[in-house]
Design a protein around this ligand. Structure first.
Ligand SMILES: C[S@@+](CC[C@H](N)C(=O)[O-])C[C@H]1O[C@@H](n2cnc3c(N)ncnc32)[C@H](O)[C@@H]1O
Length: 313
């Protein structure tokens, strides 16, 4: 049984996981990912089309750079987690939080969840913000598809099984698996989600419309259970069949129609904020706007912003 994140047992386990924190597993993992043909082709396509001077600079960053510089240059495996984790940690520092919660919906064999844990450790070192990590999955693979909206032409029941025991053993103490259909696991998760560690990032990778729609219920808790703007990664909107009438896009559209004070929208100006503009994940980065969050209400308790005018001194 995994430990609940945030407990003292979990915190001591955080530091007593040499096997997890050790780089060896991940070096092999990085190599195996990079040698997969489709990944290599995508990487080359994304990087070869970027300016030469930036690619040259990245070699130096890869060798000598800080973690933050490596994330800036998209040199970290799963940039779609690394970048938002730094964003939410910086935001948490600004508003005086010490820890935040992050979740992966759709875990399968857990490669993504373990990678998320590794990036959480690196982000903690860079920012001081600690993470509670949650992985949601049936534990038995995909449930049956309901109809065409679930893209049954791509996915079917029992795809993506999990070795629950092996994954439980591999997870560090600050991470926890929530096994069952998301419709059943979200209510108790929300009941235990503390404003001291609000939900700040969600990776949605449940493939189906029906599962994604149920998963988005996680954003219907109390306003202080979230960062005022939480980050979301939508894994399945860049498939060739993606369209607004199926899959995650439909689930997001229906969520926005149902909730007046919570809206999900793409991250604005995302390309202008990044050095490397061609990375595919930039099209998959969304945000939850929590309009009813106390920090998004009219206020008059700080000094007024003043715009300097160099013409009049
Ligand atoms: C594509 S896999 C996830 C891959 C994983 N994110 C990774 O990076 O390796 C999709 C997962 O979603 C899970 N899933 C789909 N519908 C679900 C539901 N309603 N409740 C819980 N898990 C679900 C399946 O069990 C499956 O493991």
């Amino acid at each position: 049984m995994s430990l609940a994140p945030g407990t003292s047992e979990a915190n001591s386990a955080r530091t007593s996981q040499p096997g997890f924190a050790g780089a060896a597993i991940f070096d092999r993992y990085v190599l195996s990912r990079l040698t997969r043909r489709t990944r290599l082709r995508r990487l080359l396509l994304e990087r070869i089309t970027e300016p030469l001077h930036l690619n040259l600079a990245s070699v130096f960053v890869a060798l000598f750079g800080t973690y933050r510089a490596k994330v800036a240059c998209d040199l970290v495996i799963r940039q779609q987690f690394a970048w938002p984790l730094l964003r939410i940690a910086d935001e948490a520092v600004k508003i005086g939080l010490k820890r935040v919660s992050i979740a992966e919906f759709g875990v399968a064999n857990g490669a993504g969840l373990l990678n998320m844990c590794k990036l959480a450790v690196s982000t903690t070192k860079a920012t001081g913000i600690e993470f509670d990590v949650y992985g949601f999955d049936t534990g038995t693979g995909m449930p049956p598809a309901i109809d065409h909206r679930d893209h049954p032409e791509l996915w079917q029941q029992s795809d993506f099984p999990m070795d629950v025991g092996a994954l439980q053993r591999a997870l560090p103490g600050f991470a926890r698996l929530l096994i069952g259909d998301v419709a059943e696991t979200i209510p108790s998760f929300l009941a235990s989600l503390s404003p001291q560690a609000p939900l700040a990032f969600v990776s949605l990778d449940l493939d189906y419309y029906s599962s994604s729609k149920r998963a988005l219920e996680v954003f219907k808790g109390e306003p202080t259970q979230y960062l005022p703007t939480a980050q979301i990664y939508l894994d399945d909107i860049v498939i060739e069949n993606a369209n607004p009438w199926c899959g995650e896009l439909l689930a997001v559209e229906e969520f926005n129609a149902e909730t007046a004070m919570r809206k999900i929208a793409p991250v604005p100006m995302v390309r202008s904020q990044r050095l490397f503009k061609n990375a595919r994940y930039l099209d998959q980065m969304y945000q939850l706007h929590v309009f009813d969050h106390p920090l998004r209400q009219p206020r008059s308790d700080r000094a007024a912003h003043v715009i300097p005018n160099e013409y009049i001194g």
